[in-house]
Design a protein around this ligand. Structure first.
Ligand code: ADP
Ligand code: ZN
Length: 757
C-alpha cells in the first residue's frame, strides 16, 4: 500500500511513500508519520491511501507518531477545502486545523505522582506520629497528589515511602488533566421558559436537527450535493437584538443535539469568550440527563491546557466545545450543530495564512457533515443577510428583548453645535455631562466608549510644521501620558515624549498635542466628576493576566461608577445597573478607507448602545457625532438593521463590492518602494493575461495600500473582484506557482478580506 503524505515543511506538493508491512494496520488518513526527505527525516500527515503511484523508487514511512490519528478524514476534507478556496498550500491549511501543542506533542499529558490509601492489613504495623498524620489526610481524600500531600502534612517523601513499605499506601504515576477552569465553582442551571419569539426560533432549529438526511461518507460529496435553495434549510441566521436572549436559544438547541447523541461547536469571538460566557455553557451541561464536559479552546490557555482540552474532545468525553476562531476544527464527531455567535465579527477572520473566515468555514463544515448551523447577531453582516435574501439561509428573528426590557433610547448629539458654543470641539457635550451627573446621583452606572487608546493622537509643532511620525510606518505616533512616551500602534515603536520640538533648528517649547484617546477621556472625567470612581479598560490599562476579569468584577459589584474603554467594552457584556452609555466620537470608524466603514460604524454603535438598560431601569445612549445625519448613525439610532441593509446594499451593488461580488486582495511588500511598485504593475499585467477567461473579473490597482508602509515595508495592492471565487482561487494558485517575484518582494493573497488596510 502507498500513502500520500503532506509534509510539515512548506512545499506545495504531496509525496508518495510505501507503507512497510509492520505499519500496515496502523496507518489511516490523518495519521501523522515521520518520513525520509532528502537526507533528513521530516514530519507529515497521511492525506490518502492508494494502491498505485506514478512515481518509482518510493521510500518507506519510517514510523507512526502518536496512537490515535489526530486529523479525522472529515477535518482533513475541510482542510483541503480551505487550501483550495483561500488559495494556500495544503500543508499550511492542514497545520491550522490542529493546535500546535497537539501537533508537536511537546507538552503532552502531565503526569504526577499520586498516593492512594490501601485497605488496612489485618496485622497493623507500628505507625509513627508523622505517618499517622498522612493516613488521616488520606482518609478524607483516598487519592492525593504526592506534592500536595507533603505540603499539607509538612513532611518529606521519606515518610510516605515508609508507609508504602509497610503496605499501607501505594505511590503511582498518573495522568493529571489540566483544567483551566478548575478554580471556578459552577452551579448547575435549568432551562428558562422561552418567550414566544425564542420558542419560535428554537422550534425551527429543532425541526432542522430532526429532519432526516441522506449523507455520503465522503464530506466533499456532501458539500457538492448540498443545494442552496433547498427548503429544508440547515443554515440559519438568527437576528436577535441585543438582550433578546440568543444564548438561551443556543443552550436549548445544544441540549436537543446532545439528546440525539451528537456533539456541537460554539464559536464566540475571542473578546467575548469571558469566564462569564464559558460558565453559562458549562453550568447548563454540568448535570442532568445530557451532561457532558464542555471543552474550551482559546488563545489564553497554556499550550498544555490546550492539549488536554483537545484530547477531551477527541476522546469523546467533551461533546460540546466553546472557543474562538480555530475551535471550528475541533474533532467533534458526530457533529450535529454549529453555533457562530456574533457572526459579523471580523475577528473570525485569520489574518495570516491560511486566511480563513471561521464563519464561512462553519457553513462549509456544516454541509460536509450534515450539521445544522446557526449564525447569531444583533447586527448581521451584509454577507449573511444577503444570503438570507438569496434564500441560502433561513432567517430567525427576535426583535424584542427577553423579559420585556425595552431597547434603550438613543440620542444623537450634534457636536458641530457643541463646538460652536464652546470655541472648539469639547470632549463632552453639555447634554452628556448632564446625563452622567444625573445617573451618578441615582447611583446608577455609566459606560463611555472611544475606540482609540492613548492620550493624544498626534504631536505637532505649529512653528516649523513638524509632526511626530513612526520611522517604520506611515502613521503618526500616539502620545501615552502615563508612560510619557510616543508610541506606534502598528509596529510598537516607542520613544520618549519630547518637551520641545525635536527639530534641532526649531526647538519650539510650544509643541501641541491634539486628537483624543481613552487616556484623555479618563483624565478629563476625573476633573469633571472628582467624586466618581472611574476606571479605564483598554489594552494599555490591562497589565496582568487577571486584570480584565478583576475590572469587570469590580464594575459588576458596583465598585466602579464609570467605565471608560475601547471596543473591549463594546460587546457582549451584561451589566444590569448600566443605564447610560456614551459614545464619545461616533464618526471615528466612518473615516477609515474601507468600503465597510459604514457597516462597521453601524455595528459598533448598535453593539455599544446595547450595553445600556439591561436591568430594570430603562437605558439611555448618547451618540456624539460631527455627522449626525449619516445613515449609519441614524439607522443605529432607530435600531433599524433592515433599513440600514437596504440602503447599504444599493451602494455595494453600484460599486460591485461584496456581498455582490467577492474580493481577493493581493498585497506586495518590500523595503524598496520603487521595486515593489514596479513588481506590482508587472504582476497586474500578468494576472490580466492569465485570468482573461474569467468574464466577470474586475481588477483594480496596483495602488499604495491605505497603510502604505508598515514595519519598514512598503505595500502595494491589487484588488480582484468576481462572483466566482472558487474559479479565481484555483486560477490564481496555478498562476502564482509560475510567477517569479524578485528576491526582496513578497506577495500575499487574501480571499474575502475583512481588512483592506
Ligand atoms: P443576547 O445574547 O441576545 O444579547 P442574552 O442571551 O445575553 O442576550 O440575554 C439577555 C438576558 O435575558 C440575560 O440575562 C438572560 O438570562 C435573560 N433571558 C434570556 N431569555 C430569557 C427568558 N426566556 N426569560 C427570562 N429571561 C431571559
Ligand atoms: Zn510603526
Amino acid at each position: 500500500m502507498i500513502a500520500r503524505v503532506t509534509l510539515e515543511i512548506a512545499l506545495r506538493k504531496e509525496f508518495d511513500y510505501l507503507v512497510p508491512p509492520p505499519l500496515l494496520g496502523e496507518i489511516e488518513i490523518g495519521t501523522r508519520v515521520k518520513v525520509p526527505f532528502g537526507s533528513r527525516e521530516v514530519m507529515g500527515c497521511v492525506t490518502a491511501l492508494v494502491e498505485e503511484s506514478t512515481h518509482t523508487n518510493l521510500r518507506s514511512i519510517v514510523r507512526v507518531i502518536g496512537k490515535q490519528s489526530l486529523v479525522t478524514p472529515k477535518v482533513l476534507a475541510l482542510a483541503r477545502w480551505i487550501g483550495e478556496y483561500y488559495c494556500c498550500a495544503p500543508e499550511i491549511a492542514l497545520k491550522s486545523v490542529l493546535p500546535e501543542s497537539v501537533r508537536k506533542e511537546k507538552d503532552g499529558w502531565r503526569e504526577r505522582l499520586m498516593v492512594r490509601l490501601l485497605p488496612a492489613p489485618s496485622l497493623l504495623p507500628k505507625i509513627t506520629k508523622r505517618q499517622q498524620q498522612i493516613l488521616d489526610l488520606l482518609r478524607d481524600r483516598p487519592q492525593y497528589p504526592l506534592q500536595e500531600l507533603l505540603e499539607a502534612a509538612e513532611t518529606t517523601g521519606e515518610t510516605v515511602r515508609r508507609l508504602e513499605d509497610k503496605g499501607m499506601v501505594t505511590i503511582g504515576q498518573e495522568i493529571s488533566e489540566r483544567d483551566p477552569y478548575a478554580d471556578e465553582i459552577i452551579l448547575p442551571t435549568k432551562s428558562l421558559e422561552l418567550n414566544s419569539e425564542q420558542a419560535l426560533a428554537l422550534k425551527q432549529i429543532i425541526a432542522a436537527l430532526d429532519a432526516p438526511q441522506q449523507l455520503s461518507a465522503n464530506p466533499a460529496e456532501n458539500l457538492k450535493s448540498a443545494k442552496p435553495d433547498d427548503v429544508t434549510h440547515r443554515t440559519f441566521l438568527l437576528h436577535g437584538v441585543t438582550g433578546s436572549g440568543k444564548t438561551e436559544v443556543y443552550l436549548q438547541a445544544l441540549s436537543h443535539t446532545l439528546q440525539q447523541g451528537k456533539g456541537a461547536i460554539v464559536l464566540v469571538p475571542e473578546i467575548s469568550l469571558t469566564p462569564q460566557t464559558v460558565e453559562r455553557f458549562k453550568a447548563r451541561f454540568s448535570s442532568g440527563p445530557v451532561r457532558t464536559l464542555v471543552a474550551v479552546l482559546h488563545s489564553h490557555l497554556s499550550s498544555g491546557e490546550r492539549h488536554d482540552e483537545w484530547h477531551k474532545i477527541r476522546q469523546g468525553r467533551a461533546r460540546i466545545v466553546i472557543g474562538a476562531r480555530s475551535a471550528i476544527f475541533a474533532p467533534i464527531d458526530p457533529l450535529g450543530l454549529i453555533i457562530v455567535d456574533e457572526e459579523h465579527e471580523h475577528s473570525y477572520k485569520q489574518e495570516e495564512a491560511p486566511r480563513y473566515h471561521a464563519r464561512d468555514v462553519a457553513v462549509v463544515r456544516g454541509k460536509m457533515e450534515g450539521a445544522v448551523v446557526v449564525l447569531g447577531s444583533a447586527t448581521p453582516s451584509m454577507e449573511s443577510f444577503y444570503n438570507v435574501q438569496k434564500k441560502k439561509y433561513s432567517l430567525l428573528e427576535m426583535p424584542s428583548r427577553a423579559d420585556d426590557k425595552r431597547m434603550p433610547i438613543v440620542r444623537v448629539v450634534d457636536m458641530r453645535q457643541a463646538a460652536r458654543q464652546e470655541k472648539g470641539p469639547p470632549i463632552f457635550s453639555h447634554q452628556l455631562k448632564e446625563a452622567i451627573l444625573q445617573r451618578l446621583e441615582k447611583k446608577e452606572q455609566v459606560m463611555l466608549f472611544l475606540n482609540r487608546r492613548g492620550f493624544a493622537t498626534s504631536l505637532q509643532c505649529n512653528l516649523c510644521g513638524y509632526v511626530a511620525q513612526c520611522p517604520n510606518c506611515s502613521v503618526s505616533l500616539t502620545y501615552h501620558r502615563a508612560i510619557q512616551k510616543l508610541c506606534c500602534h502598528v509596529c510598537g515603536f516607542d520613544t520618549k515624549a519630547p518637551a520641545v520640538c525635536p527639530d534641532p533648528k526649531c526647538r519650539n517649547p510650544g509643541i501641541r498635542y491634539s486628537g483624543l484617546g481613552t487616556e484623555k477621556v479618563e483624565s478629563t472625567l476625573g476633573h469633571l466628576f472628582p467624586k466618581a470612581r472611574i476606571c479605564r479598560m483598554d489594552s494599555d490599562s490591562l497589565k496582568r493576566k487577571d486584570d480584565y476579569r478583576r475590572i469587570l468584577g469590580d464594575f459588576r459589584t458596583g465598585k466602579i461608577d464609570i467605565l471608560v474603554g475601547t471596543q473591549m467594552i463594546a460587546k457582549g457584556l451584561h451589566f444590569p445597573n448600566v443605564t447610560l452609555v456614551g459614545i464619545i466620537h461616533a464618526d471615528l470608524s466612518l473615516h477609515i478607507p474601507d468600503f465597510r466603514a459604514g457597516e462597521r460604524t453601524f455595528q459598533l454603535l448598535t453593539q455599544v448602545a446595547g450595553r445600556a438598560g439591561r436591568g430594570d431601569v430603562e437605558g439611555e445612549v448618547f451618540v456624539q457625532s460631527f455627522t449626525p445625519f449619516h445613515p449609519s448613525i441614524q439607522y443605529a439610532r432607530r435600531h433599524d438593521f433592515v433599513g440600514f441593509y437596504e440602503q447599504e446594499i444599493d451602494f455595494r451593488e453600484q460599486l460591485k463590492y461584496p456581498p455582490i461580488s467577492r474580493v481577493a486582495l493581493v498585497t506586495l511588500k518590500g523595503r524598496n518602494e520603487e521595486k515593489v511598485q514596479f513588481t506590482a504593475e508587472h504582476l497586474r499585467k500578468a494576472i490580466e493575461e492569465a485570468l482573461k477567461d474569467l468574464d466577470d473579473l474586475i481588477i483594480a490597482g496596483p495602488a499604495a495600500a491605505p497603510l502604505a508602509r508598515a514595519e519598514t515595508f512598503y505595500r502595494f495592492q491589487i484588488m480582484l473582484r468576481t462572483r466566482h471565487m472558487v474559479r479565481l482561487s484555483h486560477k490564481m494558485a496555478e498562476f502564482l506557482v509560475g510567477f517569479k517575484f524578485p528576491e526582496e518582494v513578497s506577495c500575499t493573497i487574501d480571499v474575502d478580506p475583512v481588512n483592506l488596510a
